[in-house]
Structure formats: structure tokens, C-alpha cells
Write a protein that binds this ligand. Structure first.
Ligand code: RIB
Ligand code: CA
Length: 313
């Protein structure tokens, strides 16, 4: 049986890799892909989403939801890692921007139409999901599971010293989703950083003559250059690819029940994920958190999934 999913993403390079993995996976029935503001603007995220689906042209085109601006978003510069357009300055064109439903409305519609059956995977800030819950609080009872890439247990931050990007960008929404009465899995930086790819990843990708191969070979070289020049790292991380993998192959991960919340206001700690790990905790567990993974098998599984995308295109 296939699993019904909605994937919500802010459309940077690692989101795009995650979509390549998901769009051709026979275990998934992708009801909708929704764009959110984050590592690129709302408009750019929507354009990237439409461009990717057009370019990869999967057998079944999911419904697409448009991003709209996030209230109180901080000024962040993420272009140094993924380029001005989030996809390595490849300049993919969208022939004509379709009229799309706002992402949060589409999320509500899909969950309402499939009560109890839908997994929502969040690969960007959790703005759309929080808005969907505000729009229709009953949806929290009808969503099957939420899988979120984001936060950090002990790994510190990647956008500030303390915070992971997806939680930092819209901490209010992150806190609302964390505190919602839903079944949640968090895939934090602590585990996504364990999965690393060297330049030899390029040789393992599908060939250029297939659509997925052409696409990946256009976007990934920029990320390798940026990681080396800006972070001094030869290997790249693909955080969102690991987020998708946690849904597809949870047996590669270890999970622990935890009680987590998000700091919404701190001067230095905006967006920090805080877990009650005291001997006598006062918060109730509200999610399972990935605490470790078999990184070599995870790397191989991601490559395998990208190769399958190549076979299908
Ligand atoms: O912190 C990593 C996350 O921030 C990833 O989802 C990346 O795409 C950005 O959204
Ligand atoms: Ca992302």
C-alpha cells in the first residue's frame, strides 16, 4: 500500500534533492507539494517548485501550493550556500506561473479529504503547517504524522550559533507545531550532519541523458564549491534528503521520545529547540526525535533513491 504524503519545502538545493527522491518512489502517493518561504523568498520558492516538477515530469503530477510571505521573518542570507535562486544559480525558467492555491489551504484540503491517512513532511520552516492548523484546528486530529527536518539537540546551530535554520526562520510556527496534539517525528541537525557526500557523489548520480540526472548535475556542483569556499568543508550535507529518508526508511535511524519546545523570543537563542531531558522532566513527551542513524547505509540509500529517479526519467 502506498503512503499518502504532502511535502512542504523551502526549495533550496537539499529540498530539491529530497523531491527527486520522493517523486519517483513507488511507496509514496504524493498528494501535494507546497512551497514555503525560507532559504529563498516565497515567490522564488514557488517558482522553484513549479520548475522542478515541470522538469522532472513525474508520471503523476501532485497538486502544487504557493508560498506566501512569512510574518516577522528575519533578514537572513542563505544565498552563499545554494545561490541566489536556491538552486545553484542555474536559472531554471518557469514557462508560465500557474495559478496555485495558497499552500496552507491546500494542506487543509488534502488532509480533510483523506482523514487519518496523510503524512506531512516539512523540509522548510513550519509556517504553512502552523497556518493550516490555525485555519482549521480540526485538521490536527486528522493528520496521521508529521515528519520535520529541523532543530538540534546538541549540535548547536547552522544559521546562528544556537539555532537550526527551519526553527530560526519562523520560531512561532515551529513552537505551535511542536505543541500541537499530533504525532511527530523530528529529524535534527545532529543526525542530518552525520550524512556526508564527497565529490564522488557526482559520479554516482544518474547520467545526464535522463531528466533527474540532468537536473541534479546542474544544481549540485554549486553546493560543493560553496561548502568548500564558504565553510571549508570538502563534503556536503543534504539535510532534507535525510529528512525524507527518515520517513522512507526509519529502520536506518534510532528514535527517542522527547519533550521539545522552541524558543520564540531570545536575543541570542531565537529558534533554539529545547528538550526537557532532566531526571524528573516536567514536560510531557510530544515527539519522537531521531538521535542516531547508520550513516553509511543512509548515504547509500539516498544514492539508490536518486538512481531510481534516474531510471524513471
Ligand atoms: O537547517 C537545514 C534546513 O534549512 C534545510 O531544510 C535547508 O533546506 C534549510 O531549509
Ligand atoms: Ca529546506
Amino acid at each position: 500500500m502506498t503512503r499518502k504524503v504532502i511535502i512542504d519545502c523551502d526549495m533550496g538545493t537539499d529540498d530539491a534533492v529530497a523531491l527527486c527522491m520522493a517523486l519517483f518512489d513507488e511507496r509514496l502517493d504524493i498528494l501535494a507539494l507546497t512551497a514555503t518561504e525560507g532559504c529563498v523568498t516565497a515567490d522564488q520558492a514557488t517558482r522553484n517548485l513549479q520548475a522542478i516538477v515541470g522538469m522532472l515530469d513525474p508520471d503523476r503530477h501532485p497538486r502544487l501550493g504557493a508560498a506566501t510571505s512569512t510574518e516577522n521573518a528575519p533578514a537572513v542570507n542563505t544565498t552563499y550556500l545554494y545561490g541566489e535562486d536556491g538552486l545553484g544559480n542555474t536559472g531554471f525558467e518557469v514557462s508560465e506561473l500557474q495559478h496555485m492555491m495558497p499552500a496552507d489551504k491546500l494542506i487543509v484540503d488534502c488532509i480533510r479529504a483523506n482523514p487519518g491517512d496523510v503524512t506531512v513532511v516539512c523540509l522548510g520552516p513550519y509556517t504553512n503547517l502552523a497556518r493550516a492548523f490555525r485555519r482549521d484546528p480540526y485538521v490536527t486530529e486528522q493528520v496521521d504524522r508529521i515528519v520535520m527536518m529541523g532543530g538540534s539537540i546538541r549540535a548547536g546551530g547552522n544559521i546562528t550559533q544556537a539555532a537550526e535554520f527551519n526553527c530560526y526562520f519562523d520560531p512561532q510556527s515551529a513552537q505551535e507545531v511542536f505543541c500541537s496534539r499530533t504525532t511527530k517525528t523530528l529529524v535534527p541537525l545532529d543526525v542530518t550532519r552525520e550524512v556526508k557526500f564527497g565529490l564522488d557523489l557526482i559520479d554516482k548520480l544518474p547520467e545526464r541523458y535522463c531528466r533527474a540526472g540532468e537536473f541534479l548535475r546542474q544544481i549540485l556542483p554549486y553546493a560543493f564549491r560553496a561548502y568548500r569556499q564558504k565553510l571549508g568543508q570538502e563534503d556536503i550535507n543534504l539535510n532534507d534528503a535525510v529528512g525524507i529518508l527518515a520517513m522512507l526508511e526509519p529502520e536506518l535511524f534510532e528514535f527517542e521520545p522527547m519533550a521539545g519546545q522552541v524558543e520564540t523570543e531570545g536575543q541570542l537563542t531565537r529558534g533554539v529547540t529545547v528538550f526537557d531531558r532532566r531526571m524528573a522532566p516536567e514536560w510531557r513527551n510530544n515527539m519522537e526525535v531521531a538521535t542516531s542513524l547508520k550513516h553509511e547505509q543512509a548515504e547509500a540509500a539516498i544514492v539508490k533513491s536518486l538512481c531510481l529517479a534516474g531510471n524513471a526519467t
